[in-house]
Design a protein around this ligand. Structure first.
Ligand code: BGC
Length: 417
């Protein structure tokens, strides 16, 4: 018996044999969800599809921001063998759509009413030329700090309300002999911190002028110099072994009490939850001090590549429909640390940080302060993003001072445009 037949018979036995599942192949999914928390969230998706009789071929390529995954993807597509579905961010989705490489999800989107429930900021990436080309799984946000509560309690440190408070808190932690800031020295992690730091130094309009509009005046301004100075302050509070460390190992330092803070997107919360920790009891979540009121977001979406085989197409449709169902959006995002990609999902199942994230996302969308994450491909195309990465990381590693870094940023962005 072929595997597919066996699977379909299994599906019949479990009473979940539906028109789509009857035809559907397995899905091959390219993604970069390789940490403990990410794997736990991925299992929610795998189990959901398995319940419909759709098997899962895993293609993980580690590395936040998806740079390595995108390199692997390019090679697969060039070889004429694209995966069924690919985790993708922001402008990368639009670039692949412009190449004509993505399939059309209009049917499933119409049947499930995506137009009415997916926030406009996400539709801007999930649609190309008016057609749905990807299914958004979540909304993450990068301007968060994760803190070990017992360290702060022991040292009598209140949750920092301003950048200066935050710096004072890091100094106090360091004086106690612990690491103040858990950080992994990889370009995308430095860029992730930079999202929040630029906001804290300049506010949402400045962030937009610099990262979305690429205004050379903003990029080379005194405010940008100040943002780089703040990065130098952060650099002075990381431990000696930060180079190359993966982000989830930095989260683990906060989880196990080795370090007090991590500046990271809310996928970090998935690590705390996976370690059995509870927000408000074991750890705190708060916005990068000085960035409150603004949400720098990135949305993981599954882009479906053009496939000709009916079974593969059916699997893509079933996967897209599953991803967008309200129950899946709740179950998945509760584990992942993100918030739902549709506006009609109740917040009941979410913890305090998740409820805060959902409320802040809605408020920021209303206030015009919901801004795409530069670090995670939602402010500009990959070429520009990578140019910014290079400058931020070189500066963080001491190659030049803050003033030179701002000048370098102007030049790097100009040549990448
Ligand atoms: C993705 C998250 C992921 C993180 C770290 C981000 O680019 O949007 O889903 O957890 O990278 O791997």
């Amino acid at each position: 018996m072929t595997t597919k037949k066996a699977r379909l018979l299994g599906a019949v036995a479990f009473g979940v044999f539906g028109a789509t599942a009857a035809l559907a192949d397995d899905v091959e999914v390219l993604h970069w969800w390789t940490s403990g928390g990410e794997a736990a969230a991925l299992n929610v998706l795998k189990d959901d599809l398995q319940g419909q009789g759709i098997g899962w071929n895993d293609m993980p390529v580690a590395g936040g921001g998806g740079e390595s995954a995108m390199t692997t993807l390019r090679a697969r597509v060039t070889a004429g063998n694209p995966p069924t579905a690919v985790q993708m961010l922001g402008f990368d989705i639009q670039d692949w759509a412009a190449e004509g490489a993505l399939g059309n999800l209009d049917d499933v989107a119409a049947a499930e009413g995506w137009d009415a429930v997916v926030p406009a900021a996400l539709q801007a990436f999930a649609k190309y030329d008016g057609h749905w080309i990807s299914a958004p799984v979540n909304v993450h946000s990068t301007n968060w700090v994760w803190a070990n509560k017992s360290i702060l309690d022991e040292l009598g440190i209140a949750q920092p309300a301003t950048w200066d408070d935050f710096v004072a808190a890091m100094e106090a932690v360091e004086a106690s002999g612990r690491v103040a800031l858990a950080h992994g020295g990889q370009a995308w992690q430095e860029a992730t911190m930079f999202d929040g730091v630029v906001l804290s130094a300049g506010g949402p309009e400045f962030y937009k002028a610099a990262f979305v509009d690429l205004d050379p005046e903003a990029l080379g301004s005194d405010t940008m110099v100040e943002a780089f100075r703040r990065m130098e302050t952060l650099r002075s509070h990381v431990d000696d072994n930060f180079s190359g460390r993966d982000w989830n190992l930095a989260s683990a330092m906060v989880i196990n009490g080795e370090a007090a803070f991590q500046i990271m997107g809310d996928w970090a919360k998935g690590e705390f939850l996976n370690a059995g920790q509870v927000p408000g009891e074991d750890f705190l979540c708060f916005r990068v001090p000085g960035s409150e009121g603004t949400v720098t977001f990135n949305s993981d979406q599954f882009a479906m590549f053009n496939v000709t085989d009916d079974g593969a197409r059916a699997a893509q449709g079933a996967m897209a429909a599953s991803i967008m169902s309200p129950s899946f959006q709740s179950a998945f995002n509760v584990v992942k640390g993100s918030v739902p990609a549709r506006t009609d999902v109740p917040n009941d199942a979410f913890d305090a940080c998740g409820k805060q994230g959902m409320a802040e996302l809605a408020a920021a969308a209303d206030a015009g302060t919901l801004l795409g994450s530069m670090a995670h491909g939602h402010a500009n195309r990959a070429a520009v993003k990578n140019a910014i990465y290079d400058v931020v990381t070189a500066h963080f590693n001491g190659e030049f001072d803050a003033t030179t870094a701002a000048e370098e940023l102007v030049n790097a962005v100009e040549s990448a445009m």
